[in-house]
Design a protein around this ligand. Structure first.
Ligand code: SF4
Length: 230
């Protein structure tokens, strides 16, 4: 998953739309690799799935950029992200509470992960409220996704990207209901197949369009830089 290099909140957007920023969904303007994109994220640090994955096992979550940022030099982002965590996971939002997004492409979970089914339902509602916009969601939570879409239609503009937690174990077929797989590999693993190689998302958009590829492969990054064998 591409790490956002930095972050600026856009609570002014809520104010423009006549909403109280303290009780509305917080939309963030991304910079660095995600420059030009906006996102709705949640708090990685308080997400029990993220805590468990970050603490154990041999997965990409052990090297989570978000955990590192939010616990240190981006600690000040946590209150806004926690507001989103609470708002999106506690109840199904009314139409009047859904943000109107004027962008063509939008990111969900630049930080954080699906918390529960209510969180995913609210993301679906945001996508349905903005049918002109491709809403791309990164998640490892196949369990929440499969339970949800066994019961409800997937919005046609919702792009689901399964974030494969295993390193150097490229998966080519997206799980049921997903549109593609995002794989992390070592720099030396399948170099000829790596297709997320440092370009900016706005110049690439492979992940943000429906009919591109089912497989994204990126070499692991640390603080935005690819880790090469010494
Ligand atoms: S493949 Fe393209 S759109 Fe996807 S994360 Fe990499 S740069 Fe961004």
């Amino acid at each position: 998953m591409p790490p956002p290099m930095s972050w600026r909140g856009l609570d002014t957007e809520n104010r423009k739309q006549g909403r109280d920023p303290m009780t509305s969904i917080h939309i963030s303007k991304m910079t660095g690799k995600l420059d030009g994109l906006r996102a709705i994220s949640t708090n990685t640090v308080t997400n029990s799935f993220c805590q468990k994955m970050n603490a154990s096992g041999d997965t990409i979550c052990r090297q989570c950029y978000s955990h590192g940022m939010l616990k240190s030099y981006r600690k000040n982002m946590q209150p806004s992200l926690q507001r989103n965590s609470d708002l999106l996971s506690s109840r199904v939002l009314d139409q009047s509470e859904l943000p109107t997004i004027l962008d063509a492409f939008f990111r969900i979970n630049a930080h954080g992960e699906l918390i529960n089914a209510t969180h995913l339902e609210n993301i679906c509602r945001i996508a349905e409220h903005n049918p002109h916009c491709n809403v791309a969601v990164w998640t490892k939570r196949k369990d929440i996704v499969s339970r949800m879409f066994a019961k409800r239609a997937k919005p046609s503009n919702l792009i689901l990207i399964w974030s494969n937690p295993k390193i150097d174990a490229v998966v080519y077929n997206p799980p049921k209901y997903f549109d593609r797989v995002f794989n992390n590999v070592s720099y030396e693993h399948k170099p000829g197949e790596q297709n997320c190689t440092g370009q900016k998302c706005r110049d690439c958009l492979l992940c943000y369009k429906l009919d591109t590829t089912k497989v994204i492969i990126e070499a692991i990054k640390l603080n935005g830089r690819t880790i090469k064998a010494s």
